[in-house]
Design a binder for this molecule. Structure first.
Ligand code: TIU
Length: 224
């Protein structure tokens, strides 16, 4: 059986189909100045370092004909899917729905809500719009995964301890075999990223596995 050299131990790859890349929220809102991430008081430049690594994963999955799904976090223009708790939380000057330099903050379809150009999906690659941090809450992600017989998820994206970890936990509870790519995920808080990597693979992989992009690509390209 092919495996990815991973922590806390080798990640078994499915024998035929079943593997997909799930890229979380690589949208302008979180990676560029003037969006939701910046409105929350964060230094968004920190997240940009992972873009080439996520691109390498995306290219490899495309070349191998493996499915790629991406998510974006955002709300309907009328904010009917934004709970008051999320709207009111924090002390930012710009709130969800307010006009900013990239359009309305965290609203679907606005320029800031677009996936960054470097990772733009190709036709046929699914983009799941999600109102929460987890990609399973109030979305058709589980339906899509079931329909396409996907059992194994390679996770990348931002931010590690918020939307990525929430999604990984949701997926783990639903029976998916999850691996988080260490150098293809980032946080505004480096210590939170490291803590997340440590906690998901602790206790024998209580939430799943972690590996570097090189380790994932070596296995997928038959050099694992
Ligand atoms: N604030 C923060 O770290 N993250 C989010 O609000 N959303 C995602 O992680 N995508």
């Amino acid at each position: 059986m092919a495996v990815i050299a991973a922590q806390p131990y080798d990640y078994p790859l499915p024998s035929t189909t079943g593997l997909a890349l799930l890229i979380i929220d690589m949208q302008r809102d979180f990676l560029e100045p003037g969006g939701f991430g910046a409105a929350l008081g964060n230094d968004v430049t920190r997240l940009q370092a992972i873009v080439p690594t996520v691109q390498r994963l995306q290219s490899a999955f495309r070349q191998l004909g493996l499915p790629i799904l991406q998510t974006v976090e955002g709300h309907r223009p009328d904010l009917a899917d934004c709970p008051p708790s999320k709207y009111e939380r924090g002390q930012s000057v710009l709130k969800i729905g307010d006009p900013g330099p990239m359009g309305r903050i965290l609203v679907l379809g606005e320029p800031g809500n677009q996936i960054i150009a470097e990772l733009a999906p190709q036709p046929g690659e699914k983009v799941i719009e999600k109102p929460g941090k987890g990609a399973f809450y109030n979305t058709n992600l589980e339906f899509l995964l079931k329909t396409h017989n996907i059992s194994h998820l390679i996770l990348a994206g931002v931010t590690t301890e918020v939307c990525v970890q929430t999604t990984m936990r949701e997926a783990n509870d639903r029976g998916y075999e999850c691996l988080l790519v260490e150098d293809a995920t980032a946080s505004y808080f480096p210590e939170f990223k490291q803590a997340t990597l440590a906690m998901v693979r602790a206790q024998g992989g209580i939430v799943g596995w972690t590996a570097t992009a090189d380790q994932v690509l070596a296995a997928l390209q038959g050099q694992g």
